[in-house]
Ligand binder design. Structure first.
Ligand code: PLP
Length: 367
């Protein structure tokens, strides 16, 4: 039984396809893969994910805690800027801490005693379709740029993290930039135990040369004698969830506009941030063109324009694909709209509603 729409539907069988690719990569490359919780933190499916991944990585103390409590295995703690009491609090929870700057390393290194210490490096190269998400953009605050001070800090470090890719499905670009990193940072890399190459690799996409990717990672690890980590978010969960909605009304203003019982701004925020359309698998080349829009007050609350074989009518179901990564973690209470429930399709096909949200949750989110 499914609840009334809207709801997010996480499909474990689809998730499993990505996880099996991750597992193959781990075995062939020797790299460890930790889930980036910033991308996906729906912990109901962590028992499945943990069988194929090595732990989690985080952007805050709460994600560190979630990783320890719900994912287990290794916990990496990164933040763009830590507070002292947060470092104290995460010490019993995390295995590694990764500072974003030399000044944070100086200020908090002692507080982090007992943890494996890492530093984020900004290699000045990146792959991103969006300036907003480009860690090497001009004036980026993400990671240490200057190499001289970085190399001087090497004896205080166990590892470094380079996160410089975003939706990178271009293997040749990855290989070339890794060669450049190996060349530019060799004196540092030779002194470390581990190197994280961050997330942003789309290696679970059909057609990606996973074996060549794995062999490149293994060569890098062997050359420097380091444990390589990847921090997949999107690659781990791509295609694994939908946002299921119902058409409430169809209005006409030069084109048909179907209004569904959800909203881009509240329930698929990245569409607005990156100015993209939602993907609907059932849409294609039909005769009828319809714009699908959300029911918030925002004039531009539009999921996209699609073709269907027939006109949409109130009561029709619309399923938006790609609702796993950066979607559930960003949902919000804009307009006081009903929050989509969370439903899981288990590996055996059974559907389970694992969370419903109501007025009390809305009330508690403010004061
Ligand atoms: C430091 C770090 N690691 C991992 C990730 C996960 O990236 P993705 O979901 O694109 O794989 C991100 C995303 O921004 C990140 O900033």
């Amino acid at each position: 039984m499914t609840p009334p729409t809207p709801y997010y539907l996480i499909d474990e069988r689809k998730l499993l396809g990505n996880l099996e690719t991750i597992d193959h990569l781990r075995r062939r490359s020797g790299a460890k893969c930790v889930l980036a919780l910033k991308c996906f933190a729906a912990w109901v499916v962590f028992p499945l994910m943990r069988r194929f991944m090595d732990g989690s990585t985080s952007s805050s103390l709460y994600e560190v805690r979630l990783g320890r409590e719900k994912f287990g295995k290794e916990v990496h703690a990164f933040s763009v800027a830590w507070k002292r009491d947060e470092v104290r609090a995460l010490r019993p929870l995390a295995d590694k801490i990764i500072f974003n700057s030399l000044s944070q390393l100086d200020a908090l290194e002692r507080e982090a005693r007992g943890l494996s210490i890492g530093l984020r490096v900004n290699p000045g190269v990146s792959f991103s379709h969006f300036d907003l998400a480009d860690p090497a953009r001009r004036h980026s605050r993400l990671g240490v740029r200057g190499r001289r001070a970085l190399f001087a800090a090497a004896p205080r470090l166990d590892g470094v993290m380079f996160h410089y890719n975003c939706e990178n499905d271009d293997f040749v670009h990855f290989r070339d930039t890794l060669d450049r990193i190996a060349r530019d940072y060799a004196p540092l890399l030779e002194q470390l135990d581990w190197v994280s190459l961050g997330g942003g690799f789309h290696f679970t996409r059909p057609g990606y040369p996973v074996d060549a990717f794995a062999d490149t990672l293994r060569r890098f690890a062997d050359r420097f004698g380091v444990q390589v980590y990847l921090e997949p978010g999107e690659a781990a969960v791509t295609g694994a969830a939908e946002l299921v909605t119902t058409v409430l009304d169809v209005v006409h203003n030069e084109t048909d506009i179907a209004i569904v019982d959800a909203s881009t701004e509240a329930h698929m925020l990245d569409l607005l941030i990156y100015r993209q359309s939602a993907r609907i698998e059932a849409a294609g080349r039909g005769r009828c063109v319809v714009t699908i829009a959300g029911r918030s007050c925002l004039a531009g609350d539009v999921f996209g324009a699609y073709r269907f074989p027939r006109k949409l009518r109130p009561g029709d179901t619309v399923r938006f694909a790609d609702a796993a990564g950066y979607t559930l973690v960003k949902k919000n209470w804009f307009n006081g709209l009903p929050m989509p429930a969370i439903v899981v399709r288990r590996l055996n096909g059974a559907l389970r509603t694992v969370r419903r949200f109501g007025y009390a949750d809305y009330l508690r989110s403010l004061s």
